[in-house]
Design a protein around this ligand. Structure first.
Ligand code: E4P
Length: 223
């Protein structure tokens, strides 16, 4: 299972990319807004595109950039502009009627599409049938409403395998390291997670303690 960062923050991306384990990045309008909110000036398309291009240059893997249009024609136009930023851009579309129409058209043009905001297996099936390269079920948001995000992911992975559909599953809306383990066990192709969760994956108090002891013992005898 590949590991993606779910962020638009360049410092976070640079730091995790330096570990050598980062395969891609996903962004969304909320994550981009977080980077530019409170700066006074309005975000222009030029600034946004430069930002996305920089992310692509750092991560050297797929970078999902989401459209903000809600109507298919406008989604297709925005998707084409986003795809023109860099060959690694994946256009992210909401799983709506308009999103399906735009997905079919962009996919036919060779643009990779990630269908987002997936909360049911049938939405994933529809997205796959519309030609999506990726589907993104939102585990955490399903858990938030006391349903089972893991069960949703399990069913989607199974349907895609049984039906032999050429689509990758991105476990999204990851809230904690256990979600990542669960996604890997269930056969997700990718898990995309916030920076804080990425850091938590590595941290273990026994690793820190063990290293401290090794260094203390080595200090006593080192040549
Ligand atoms: C997926 O690509 C989304 O950006 C993301 O995982 C949303 O998750 P959230 O529930 O943490 O906002």
């Amino acid at each position: 299972m590949e590991l993606y960062l779910d962020t638009a923050n360049l410092e976070e991306i640079r730091e995790i990319a330096a570990w050598g384990v980062l395969s891609g990045v996903t962004t969304n309008p909320t994550l981009v807004a977080k980077e530019y909110a409170g700066r006074g000036a309005r975000l222009t398309e030029e600034v946004l595109f430069t930002h996305l291009r920089t992310i692509c240059e750092v991560v050297r893997g797929p970078v999902s950039a989401e459209v903000t249009a809600l109507e298919a024609e406008a989604m297709v136009e925005e998707g084409r502009r986003l795809a023109g930023i860099h060959p690694n851009i994946v256009v992210k579309l909401p799983t709506t009627e308009e999103g399906l129409k735009a997905c079919r058209r962009l996919s036919a043009e060779g643009v990779k599409v990630n269908m987002t905001l997936i909360f049911s297996t049938n939405q994933a099936l529809l997205a796959a049938r519309a030609g999506a390269a990726y589907v993104s079920p939102f585990l955490g948001r399903v858990d938030d409403i006391s349903w089972d995000g893991g069960e949703l992911l399990r069913e989607i992975v199974e349907v895609i395998q049984v039906q032999n559909l050429p689509v990758k599953v991105i476990a999204a809306s990851i809230r904690h390291p256990r979600h990542v383990t669960e996604a890997a066990l269930l056969g997700a192709d990718i898990a995309t997670m916030p920076y804080a969760v990425f850091k938590q994956l590595l941290k273990h108090p026994l690793t820190d303690l063990g290293l401290k002891r090794f260094m203390e013992d080595w200090e006593k005898v080192k040549p």
